[in-house]
Design a protein around this ligand. Structure first.
Ligand code: 13P
Ligand code: ZN
Length: 271
């Protein structure tokens, strides 16, 4: 497996980029202990010829993701640290392949008797989002979850647990947010992490946005590359940070006027 990865330039680049960005999540303070998880649909770049699937660990899925039958994913492991992934990606992430009826998956980067670990506990949300992307045939390959604390902090105030209010605030703090996150964020009310319920709510929310905020927990974002996906969260976190810096300096930010926002939106449309 390792030798094959080294021979595949595209896959090697995806793993290298994921490792780099995992380090940024840690540096930002968004990835305490095992917090954060990333999955990349690598079906287009990696199709290994496997003759004997019985040598790989196999796990059933609670939900069948029919559009993802036979697809391959590079996914971070549950309980693994992002800062460790940066140094040793294949010891902290794995490659899984869904079977032909999408009722389960093999971990093809592991052997039955090896030092095995499972994919992220948020796998139902990751796969559900990849399935939605496959259904609408859009180009996103990456799903990223992290505990971006400035954004999480906002969701601890009832007044911000509303999509319109949240987006007005985030767009009004910094020009880049309007330009690079024109669809704004979705808001997902608190649900148990790892549950099918939170997966269902997140998928609904990401039908109209590229980022969904999980109340009192974190964010989920989608993008074409790991770097692009990280950038979306980073830009939104900057807006939230500016808001909190103003408040901690004891003033309420003036924010953009409706006219300034409209002007920025026009710029975003032409971008
Ligand atoms: P995992 O270690 O299972 O990926 O969980 C991290 C996390 O952030 C859960 O929401
Ligand atoms: Zn989390």
């Amino acid at each position: 497996m390792k030798a094959f990865i080294h021979k595949n330039k595209d896959l090697k680049n995806i793993i290298r980029e994921t490792a780099e960005i995992a380090g940024y999540l840690w540096q930002r303070g968004w990835a305490e202990r095992n917090a954060s998880n990333i999955s990349v649909n690598i079906t287009d770049v990696y199709q290994p010829e496997i003759s004997e699937y019985s040598t790989f660990p196999f796990y059933g899925l609670q939900v069948s993701y029919s559009k993802l039958a036979g697809n391959l994913f590079f996914v971070t492991g549950t309980g693994k640290r992002m800062r460790d992934l940066t140094r040793k990606p294949m010891k902290n992430a794995l490659i899984l392949k869904l079977n032909d009826n999408a009722s389960g998956y093999w971990i093809i980067s592991q052997k039955m008797d090896g030092e095995n670990f499972l994919p992220t506990s948020e796998l139902p949300t990751h796969l559900g989002i990849h399935q939605m992307i496959a259904e609408r045939e859009s180009m996103e390959k990456v799903v990223m979850h992290t505990h971006a604390h400035d954004l999480v902090t906002l969701t601890h105030a009832k007044q911000f647990c509303d999509e319109d209010v949240l987006n007005k605030l985030l767009w009004s703090m910094h020009p880049e947010t309007v330009i690079f996150v024109p669809k704004g964020v979705g808001f997902v009310p608190y649900r148990l992490p790892g549950s099918i319920e939170i997966a269902t709510e997140t998928i609904k929310s990401l039908q109209n946005h590229d980022v969904a905020m999980w109340e009192k927990h974190g964010v989920f974002a989608i993008g074409k590359s790991v770097a692009d996906t990280f950038d979306l969260i980073d830009i939104l976190a900057k807006s939230a940070k500016i808001y909190f810096l103003c408040r901690s300096a004891d003033f309420v930010p003036e924010s953009f006027t409706d006219g300034q926002l409209a002007e920025l939106r026009k710029l975003a449309d032409n971008f």
